[in-house]
Design a binder for this molecule. Structure first.
Ligand SMILES: Cc1cc2nc3c(=O)[nH]c(=O)nc-3n(C[C@H](O)[C@H](O)[C@H](O)COP(=O)(O)OP(=O)(O)OC[C@H]3O[C@@H](n4cnc5c(N)ncnc54)[C@H](O)[C@@H]3O)c2cc1C
Length: 434
């Protein structure tokens, strides 16, 4: 519900320049020219809003969820690209020749001022590159941090080029109220970059942490525990996540999102369950207790605090157990009376984490490659299995909290929706944005 209130806010932000253009613009021009300007204006406004959508603002990400925010960011980037690509072609056939003294509102002619067009052309070439490099990021062989740096710099350049182009080539951008609006919106966009890369690290720097323990839990999964140094710790809710930076400067791009697997009520130490995947996670064996760490957060909306359902079904796949562990632990520590059951899928038995701790819980273990003497469920967590193990009362009335591989989450979500569980009773967190 609170998340829905952000939609009108977003719509107002991206359409405000268009509305001001309609109010303050000069006499109308042929439809195709107005459409061209309108699409250009919308594309630029969407590009600027993208900075805020990717900017780790808790008021956005904690209401909607970081995965949903990022998917919206990707969708809107494609929309802006489409509008921007069409924009210049719609001016075809319009008279050009630069600013004419008898046409100060640029009603009859298009500018041919090279500097104003050059910034537009530069942005026109950069924007598709930015979007395509993001879409094909995982297929290209460069580090995530390199991509992130390139993404930030290109986005900044596009915003500045578009600001120049809009004010100096655009008919509407030249109107004073519009000029000021574009400058203010660009300042907010650039400010959000400054916030993420300078102000947040500055704050994090004052709140140092250190790795207090690091344990191998299974061949490719680790437990990392960090302790606050000289402060009282993190104020978080069970199920949330942070950006974790181990051993680097707080200003470095070497930070990764990880769910917190500890319970807030367990004290100031914060623990994580981390699966080896790429550069950072595969180097965990080199991390020594005592190593400096920084935490940016908490973020995320995978929390059950304000929920009033009589019971909770947690569905975890692999390392997706991390945030759900935090929730189980918090429920136990606080004596929360709600019923909890956990459906925990893994490939092999050795991947099951904290089996002893979870033995006291109502857990259904599911393995795709079970050993011969396996007593639990087998196969994937799919509709057939869920029909078998979930009584109708749980499907109808309980809260579902999902975290795991995308395929598992899609299957479980589709199953629940098909069986009549309202989408508002399904909470989920995806570890991949793509
Ligand atoms: C909200 C959230 C919570 C997560 N919780 C956990 C968890 O509890 N345990 C766990 O094992 N994994 C978790 N992950 C996944 C984890 O962040 C990645 O596995 C990890 O960042 C990979 O880093 P790497 O350097 O080892 O691999 P790389 O090869 O550098 O990255 C592999 C992929 O991980 C993602 N990734 C890497 N760095 C970042 C970054 N800074 N920001 C966003 N995405 C990044 C990218 O999609 C990248 O393609 C979570 C992800 C998200 C988004």
């Amino acid at each position: 519900m609170i998340a829905l209130s952000l939609i009108p806010l977003y719509l107002v932000a991206v359409t405000l320049p268009l509305i001001l253009a309609a109010i303050f613009g000069g006499p109308p021009r042929p439809f195709h020219q107005e459409l061209a300007s309108g699409l250009g204006i919308l594309a630029f406004a969407i590009v600027l809003a993208e900075f805020v959508l990717s900017g780790r603002f808790k008021s956005v990400a904690n209401r909607i969820g970081m995965d949903v925010t990022m998917r919206f960011h990707q969708l809107m980037a494609r929309t802006a690209l489409l509008f921007a690509l069409v924009h210049p072609f719609l001016y075809q056939g319009s008279p050009s020749g630069g600013q004419r003294p008898w046409d100060p509102s640029r009603q009859l002619t298009l500018t041919t001022d090279l500097s104003a067009l050059a910034t537009g052309i530069a942005a026109y070439l950069l924007l598709p590159s930015l979007v395509l490099l993001s879409i094909y990021r995982t297929q290209l062989d460069y580090k995530y941090e390199t991509w992130r740096l390139m993404h930030g710099i290109s986005a900044l350049l596009i915003a500045l080029f578009l600001l120049h182009h809009t004010i100096y080539a655009g008919r509407y951008g030249a109107e004073t109220p519009l000029t000021w609006l574009w400058v203010a919106m660009t300042a907010i966009a650039v400010g959000s970059l400054i916030y993420v890369y300078l102000i947040v690290p500055m704050k994090d720097k004052r709140q140092r942490w250190q790795v207090s323990a690091i344990n191998r839990l299974s061949p490719r999964q680790w437990e990392v525990i960090v302790s606050p140094r000289g402060h009282s710790g993190l104020n978080y809710k069970a199920g949330q996540f942070v950006w974790l930076n181990i051993g680097h400067s707080p200003y470095s791009l070497h930070e990764n999102p990880f769910s917190i697997s500890s319970a807030p009520s367990s004290g100031p130490n914060v623990s994580f369950v981390i699966k080896e995947l790429g550069d950072f996670t595969r180097s965990l064996h080199q991390v020594q207790p005592g190593t400096r760490a920084y935490l940016d957060g908490p973020y995320g909306s995978l929390t059950i605090e304000d929920r009033c359902e009589p019971g909770i079904v947690l569905v975890a796949g692999g390392v997706g157990i991390a945030p759900l562990l935090g929730i189980v632990r918090e429920i136990r520590l606080t004596g929360d009376p709600r019923k909890v059951r956990l459906i925990y899928g893994n490939r092999t038995e050795e991947q099951i984490l904290y089996a002893d701790e979870l033995a006291d819980e109502d857990v259904t273990h599911v393995l795709t490659e079970p050993p011969q003497d396996w007593q639990g469920e087998t196969g994937l967590i799919d509709a057939i299995l869920l029909d078998l193990i979930l009584p109708p009362v749980q499907v109808q009335d309980w809260l579902f909290v999902l975290c795991g591989p995308s395929a598992m989450m899609d299957t479980v979500e589709d199953y629940l929706i098909a069986r009549g569980t309202p989408s508002g009773r399904i909470l989920s967190e995806r570890f991949e944005y793509d």
